[in-house]
Design a protein around this ligand. Structure first.
Ligand SMILES: Cc1cc2nc3c(=O)[nH]c(=O)nc-3n(C[C@H](O)[C@H](O)[C@H](O)COP(=O)(O)OP(=O)(O)OC[C@H]3O[C@@H](n4cnc5c(N)ncnc54)[C@H](O)[C@@H]3O)c2cc1C
Length: 411
């Protein structure tokens, strides 16, 4: 069996590892080939900032630099896929070579989504891949960047702001809503705001960028209010978009991402998709969506590996879940950031908020003290009615056994 994996991120690599781990119990020994547009060993995007600050490699190359050798994966880095031909069971690479497959995994992740004119001008950087991030960091480490301007304050924008500040740049971050609006409610975001300001980062919230201006090179960022902001380096961090362009004409069902069922199968036989490229469904609401976070990518990669070998593998659905440890205070954001009812406790820089609909937890935000996160998440996923506990729930020592026996919860 020839298995071809497109993409060497956490989704693709987890699929490869799962296949290698489980194949012997099915008495098969698949030939696994993995291609990547980038020329590095498989790496962890969340570990890039730490790598640039400390030089550490062990978290960046999270499975070891020689992981492909260990897993007996024929790794072909540095050549993007150009097209997929499912009828011929072939993939065309950009260097005009064809690769044959029996089973195909699409795990090409996501790239910068910048609905902003001028984002592709020379001089506009992004942090969506190691290659892109290196361009910016080389520039910074050569001392060419005294001040940096970041457009977009999602978790990537905030991470880049903190990194560039730590590397000695003056940093301004511009955001049309509040900090990390897709993850945090405005009150929790205020704590992040204070943290960034304490580091000397200038935060301009509720400030919308209109375009990166310039003819042959970026010269500034024009705001909707007409102001123009100038810097030595500009970073676009306005969102991410699945890497699906090369699938045009393949017959695969593609919406925002590659649409898959609850076993990560696409609409075409013997083709699966996993990770940031896959459009799955939300575990709580059932809504179809791309939840571009690490745990979803690795879980989906594992589901693909299991399903391909005929192991039971129903995917439970993607979760909205972010934990931030690189800021001055730990933050845990799970599920929705609002509900019909809110329980709230604030004590200085410690904030706990639990959002409920009809007595059931639909999300929570913890900042400063993230104790209780596991309990709240378990109750949320189970849909347990906790309305009767009211403010007691906010106690970090609240025990799951108060509302349900472990038998009921886990079976
Ligand atoms: C700076 C940063 C910080 C992050 N921090 C967090 C965090 O704290 N917590 C969290 O949960 N998530 C975080 N994420 C998100 C997380 O990294 C992603 O959800 C995860 O990497 C997705 O894995 P993936 O395998 O689907 O895609 P990717 O990691 O994007 O890998 C995609 C792979 O596909 C390859 N590829 C792309 N196009 C082609 C092509 N045409 N042909 C061949 N190969 C191709 C790429 O080269 C790459 O090897 C962060 C992301 C970034 C960028």
């Amino acid at each position: 069996m020839r298995i071809l994996i497109l993409g060497a991120g956490p989704a693709g690599l987890t699929a490869a590892r799962t296949l290698r781990d489980l194949a012997p119990s099915r008495s098969v020994d698949p030939a696994i080939t993995m291609v990547s547009a980038e020329s590095f060993p498989p790496y962890s995007p969340p570990a890039m900032a730490d790598h640039f600050l400390t030089g550490r490699e062990e978290t960046l190359y999270w499975q070891g630099k020689n992981v492909c050798e260990r897993l007996r994966v024929d790794y072909r880095p540095g050549v993007p896929v150009e097209a997929v031909y499912p009828d011929q069971r072939q993939v065309l690479l950009q260097d005009a070579r064809y690769l044959d497959y029996d089973k195909l995994i699409i795990a090409t992740g996501s790239r910068l989504h910048a609905p902003l004119e001028g984002y592709n001008l020379p001089g506009v950087y992004n942090f969506k891949s190691l290659a892109a991030a290196l361009e910016l960091i080389d520039h910074v480490k050569h001392g060419d960047v005294k001040d940096a301007l970041i457009v977009g304050a999602g978790f990537i924008g905030v991470e880049v702001a903190v990194l560039l500040r730590a590397l000695g740049c003056a940093v301004t971050i511009v955001e049309k809503q509040w900090l990390m609006p897709n993850i945090l409610d405005e009150e929790t975001a205020e704590l992040v705001h204070h943290d960034l300001e304490r580091r000397g980062i200038v935060v301009r919230q509720h400030t919308e960028a209109l375009r990166f201006s310039g003819r042959s090179r970026v010269k500034g960022v024009k705001l909707v209010n007409g102001d123009v902001l100038l810097a030595d380096a500009y970073v676009a961090a306005t969102g991410v978009k699945p890497n699906v362009d090369f699938l045009d004409g393949s017959g695969l069902d593609v919406g925002w991402g590659v649409r898959v069922d609850n076993r990560m199968r696409t609409n075409l036989a013997d083709i699966w998709a996993a990770g940031d490229v896959a459009e799955t469904f939300d575990r709580m609401s059932g809504e179809r969506y791309v939840h571009a976070i690490w745990p979803n990518a690795t879980t989906q990669g594992e589901v693909v590996g299991r399903d391909m070998l005929g192991f039971s593998s129903d995917y439970e659905g993607a979760e909205k879940m972010n934990s931030m440890k690189h800021l001055g205070l730990p933050i845990m954001a799970v599920g929705e950031s609002k509900g019909r009812d809110t329980l709230r406790r604030r004590d200085g820089d410690t904030l706990r908020k639990i959002f409920l609909d009809d007595g059931r937890i639909v999300g929570f935000r913890l900042a400063g003290d993230i104790r209780g996160a596991g309990t709240y998440r378990a109750l949320m996923l189970k849909g347990t009615d906790v309305g009767r506990f009211g403010e007691e729930l906010l106690d970090p020592r609240f025990r799951i056994s108060r509302c349900v026996s472990p038998d009921v919860l886990y079976h």
